[in-house]
Design a protein. Structure first.
Length: 252
C-alpha cells in the first residue's frame, strides 16, 4: 500500500474519532469548527480545523466567536504552518504533532517486561484503574475535576462503541499504565499512552504496545509531539513519520 493510501486511512480514522465527541460544521471558507457540548473546555474537542491556509480575517472571526461564546481558549489544527506574524498577532503557541506508522517485523525486537499483564475494558472493569493513571499523569497540570470529566466521557464511549478500546497495564496486579485504541477500516490509532511515574523505565509502555500489536491486523499508528522524547523512542521501535499537523493555541 502506498503512502497516499495510508495517509487517507489515517485521516479517515481521525475524522471518525473526532465525530465521536464533537459536532463538526463549516465555520468559514477554510475553517471547520468542532464543538463538544458535554466537554466544552477540552481544546481538542472544540478546535477550529483546516486543511488549507485560512485568511487572517477568518482567524479574527474565529477568535471573536470564542470570546463571544465565553471560551477562554483558542485552538487551531492546521495541515499548514501559519505565518509567524499571525502567530505573534494572536499570541499563539505552535506545536507540531507527527503521525507515526509502525513498520512490520519490529515488535519481536522490543524489550518487554514479563511481569506486565494487560487488561481490556471491554472484558474487565478497569475504569477506576485507568482513571488513576490519568490523575497521576495529568491531574496536577489540568486539575482533578477536568481529568475526571474527560475520562468519564472517554471510558463511557469506549464501553458503548465497538471500535474504541481502552487498555490497562499492570505490574503484580497494580495499575501501571494505560492507553486507548480506535479502529477504523484499515487503521488502528493508539493514543493517550501514559505510565504512572513510579513505573517508568520498566518497559511498561513497550509491553503494552506489543500486546496491542498482537490484537489488531490493521495498520498501527500513533501521535507524537515533535519535541518530546517519546518520538525518538517510537522511531527506535520501528515507527516512522507519515503525516504531521500543526497545533496553535492559547488560553487566557
Amino acid at each position: 500500500m502506498d503512502l497516499q493510501n495510508i495517509v487517507s486511512i489515517i485521516q479517515n480514522g481521525e475524522e471518525h474519532f473526532d465525530k465521536l465527541f464533537s459536532d463538526i460544521v463549516p465555520f468559514s471558507e477554510h475553517l471547520y469548527k468542532q464543538t463538544d457540548a458535554k466537554l466544552p473546555d477540552m481544546y481538542d474537542h472544540n478546535a477550529f480545523v483546516t486543511n488549507a491556509m485560512p485568511t487572517k480575517s477568518e482567524l479574527d472571526e474565529a477568535e471573536k466567536f470564542q470570546k463571544e461564546n465565553g471560551y477562554d481558549f483558542f485552538k487551531i489544527d492546521s495541515k499548514l504552518k501559519l505565518p509567524d506574524e499571525w502567530i505573534d498577532a494572536f499570541h499563539l503557541e505552535e506545536d507540531l504533532t507527527y503521525t507515526m506508522l509502525l513498520e512490520k517485523g519490529h515488535t519481536n525486537q522490543w524489550k518487554c517486561n514479563p511481569f506486565v499483564t494487560v487488561k481490556c475494558l471491554k472484558k474487565e472493569n478497569i475504569q477506576k484503574d485507568v482513571l488513576e493513571v490519568e490523575l497521576q499523569t495529568y491531574g496536577e497540570d489540568f486539575g482533578e475535576d477536568f481529568v475526571r470529566r474527560k475520562m468519564r466521557r472517554y471510558l463511557d464511549m469506549s464501553e458503548k462503541h465497538e471500535n474504541f478500546y481502552y487498555f490497562g497495564a499492570y505490574i503484580h496486579g497494580e495499575i501501571a499504565g494505560a492507553c486507548y485504541v480506535f479502529v477504523t477500516d484499515g487503521g488502528a490509532c493508539i493514543d493517550g499512552l501514559a505510565v504512572i511515574p513510579k513505573f517508568r523505565n520498566q518497559y511498561v509502555a513497550t509491553t503494552l504496545l506489543a500486546h496491542i500489536a498482537k490484537q489488531f491486523d490493521e495498520k498501527l499508528y500513533l501521535h507524537a509531539d515533535a519535541m518530546d522524547t517519546p518520538k525518538d523512542m517510537y522511531e527506535k521501535m520501528g515507527f516512522h513519520i507519515v503525516d504531521c499537523c500543526y497545533e496553535y493555541n492559547y488560553r487566557d
